[in-house]
Design a protein around this ligand. Structure first.
Ligand SMILES: C[S@@+](CC[C@H](N)C(=O)[O-])C[C@H]1O[C@@H](n2cnc3c(N)ncnc32)[C@H](O)[C@@H]1O
Length: 326
């Protein structure tokens, strides 16, 4: 079940304006505690005055002052220490927070959605369950193409993936995925890479020698024009991302590896099936629903599995060798 959580929004406003808020909060707190400490000191002074009139007034005043100072410094130091641990220098706080979300695969903490970043958890309901419950990434290397808020990659890290690389073409998504990973899996590293608008191919920021056990994506489902950063979540102009993803599988998917894609759009699934057939890839829909019974657009999305048979790999290697010899 997805729960939208606006209550914790304040925490992220704190993080978005670290220097200003931290300074103002620290100064205000100091002022407040100075007043409290002074009142406490005066109270103590009047108590000692009543209980032991033999102590000279100057000593009692000094004790009151010492107590006030001690309290102020203790509170100030703990505040300063607390503020430091709250704030991470390596994250980008310039993006506006749209809202926060809770999902059942990650019980503790919430996902933050930055402005201009995609969030529709129903797209990936089955894929998230496969990652979190079926141990498909346990000890495996994972690549996620088009990570958005980082939701799939973060669940993969939580589910003991050995290594996770995530890419996105939208700079707000790259910052968002880094932020969510830092908050939700602080003990693991999510390697988030920015894809450039000029070179939007699926493996453009993946090294030639990098290969993965699992390649995941909830890609944009339709061919269309991208006018603003958020449009990348919905439109894949001329299906260039789909084409380059399939073309790169023999090189970047390890032998025996699985490419798992989430789709809720019939024409895209049918196109993908045709493209896989042309390339000799194994294509399988991992869903009990029959594609023909579904509307053009449907939710929750279904998972499509693509595998590259050994025979296709061998053919690719042979053609690479003959290309090199020419
Ligand atoms: C439908 S959203 C899915 C986001 C996230 N994986 C999720 O399930 O919530 C598709 C994502 O792919 C990204 N994207 C689109 N074209 C891309 C490309 N050529 N390279 C990398 N990411 C791309 C978009 O910016 C968007 O964040």
């Amino acid at each position: 079940m997805i729960e939208r959580d606006k209550a914790s929004y304040g925490r992220f406003v704190w993080n978005r304006h670290p220097s200003l808020v931290r300074t103002a909060f620290f100064l205000l707190s100091c002022l407040l505690f100075l007043v409290v400490a002074w009142v406490l000191g005066m109270l103590l002074l009047s108590l000692t005055k009543r209980s032991d009139p033999t102590i000279p007034v100057c000593v009692r005043k000094k004790n009151g002052c010492r107590l006030s100072c001690l309290l102020v410094w203790a509170v100030g130091a703990s505040l300063l220490f607390g503020c430091r641990t709250e704030y991470r220098e390596d994250l980008d706080y310039s993006h506006k927070v749209l809202q926060t979300w809770k999902i059942e695969e990650i019980e503790e903490g919430v996902f933050v959605q930055f402005e201009d970043v995609f969030w529709e958890a129903d797209d990936t309901t089955s894929l998230r369950k496969m990652i979190a419950l079926d141990l498909i990434v346990d000890g495996k290397s994972v690549l996620e193409i088009g990570t958005g808020s980082g939701v799939l990659s973060i669940i993969a890290l939580k589910s003991d993936a050995k290594r996770v690389v995530a890419t996105d073409i939208n700079p707000a998504a790259v910052a968002n995925a880094k932020y969510n990973a830092a908050m939700l899996v602080p003990d693991r590293t999510l390697d988030v890479r920015q894809v450039s608008q000029k070179r939007p191919g699926a493996f453009e920021v993946i090294g030639e020698s990098e290969a993965f056990d699992i390649i995941l994506s909830n890609p944009p489902w339709e061919d269309g024009v991208v006018a603003k950063p958020l449009d990348h979540a919905f439109y894949d102009p001329q299906f260039y991302l789909m084409e380059t993803l399939l073309d790169g599988l023999p090189l970047h998917l390890k032998p025996g590896g699985r490419c798992l894609l989430a789709y809720g759009h019939r024409p895209a699934i049918e196109r993908l099936q045709d493209q896989c057939k042309e390339r000799g890839f194994a294509f399988k829909i991992l869903d009990r629903r029959n594609l023909d019974d579904l509307k053009k657009d449907f939710l929750p999305g279904m998972v499509v599995e693509i595998r590259v048979p050994m025979a296709v790999r061998e053919l690719e290697t042979e053609s690479d060798i003959s290309d090199a010899e020419k």
